[in-house]
Design a binder for this molecule. Structure first.
Ligand code: CO
Length: 136
């Protein structure tokens, strides 16, 4: 089940520069910065109520973020929805004909299991499913 919009991802060229702009916009500092080596990105997170804003800067020219900025420039990159059972949602969406970008959930930023849906099956919007990792 989809439960809420968890965060909105924004691709940026220079995360330090963009952190300052968004800090000024929101009147608050990012609460977290994190490198996701597997995706070749640096991220930072702001929190607005229950929704987060994730800034993403590529750390390699092979990163999906570098390719996105090359094609489209900086801007909105993805919408992430929290789901209660990511494996079940992936199976359901695959059955419905959506194009999943990984066969199994991957470890993303902010202590999440994530899976992306290709924008060609979702009206041009890159969608991220995410589920909080509960440490036991
Ligand atoms: Co994200």
């Amino acid at each position: 089940m989809f439960t809420n919009v968890e965060h909105i991802g924004i691709a940026v060229k220079d995360i330090a520069f963009s952190n300052a702009i968004f800090a000024s916009l929101f009147n608050q500092q990012p609460y977290k910065a994190e490198i996701v080596a597997s995706e070749s990105v640096m991220t930072s997170f702001f929190k607005i109520g229950n929704t987060k804003i994730e800034l993403l800067q590529a750390t390699s020219e092979h990163s999906a973020i570098a390719k996105f900025i090359e094609k489209k420039g900086e801007g909105m990159h993805h919408i992430a929805y929290a789901v209660d059972d990511i494996v079940a949602e992936m199976a359901r969406l695959n059955e419905e004909g959506f194009v999943l970008l990984s066969e199994t959930p991957k470890r993303g930023a902010d202590n999440k299991l994530v899976c992306f849906l290709h924008p060609k099956s979702t009206g041009g919007v890159l969608i991220e499913l995410c589920q909080e990792i509960k440490e036991v």
